[in-house]
Write a protein that binds this ligand. Sequence first.
Ligand code: CA
Ligand code: CA
Ligand code: CA
Length: 166
Amino acid sequence: MELIATLTILGLFVVNAVCDCPNGYMRHDDSCYKLYASTKASWAEAFMYCQVFGSDLAIIETAREQNFVEGFLRREFKSGMSDGVWIGGTDSLVEGEWQWVKTGVSINQQEFTHWWPGEPNSSGNLGEDCMDLLHHENYNWNDERCDRQANFLCEKLAATGQQIIG
Ligand SMILES: [Ca+2]
Ligand SMILES: [Ca+2]
Ligand SMILES: [Ca+2]
C-alpha cells in the first residue's frame, strides 16, 4: 500500500527541467535562433516578422555568439542561401549611435563589437542605418540600406522551467 502510494506520488509529480526551443529553432547557449533563409524582407518587415513569432531580430553580444552565428550562416550559405542577413542593430534614430532595437542598449558602448573593417560606412546618398551580416564580409557587421530585401535571423530566449511528465 505504501509502495503504491509512493509510486503514485512519483508518477504524478516527476518533474523534468526543460530548457528548449520550439520546432525549427537552433539552440545555442540560452537562446533559440531561427533563420528565415527563404523569406526576404526589409529590415523593418524582418523586425515585425520576428515579433509575430515571439522573437526579435538577433542581438550579438559576445565573440562566442558571433562565432556561432557565423558558422550557422556559412552552412546555410553553402546550402544556397543568398548573401545578407538582417540582425537587430540600427542607427536610424540618431545617425552614428548604434543600438540593439529590442533592448535599446548602445552598441557603441558594448564591450564586444564586430564591424567589418571600414564599416559602418553609411555608403551611398541615402545612408545606411540597419545592420546585416554579409557573406563577402565574413559575416562581420555591416550597415546596410534598411529597404534592402534580405533574409533575417530571429532570436528568442530558450524556455526554462519545469514540466510535469508523470
Ligand atoms: Ca543574443
Ligand atoms: Ca547610419
Ligand atoms: Ca555599409
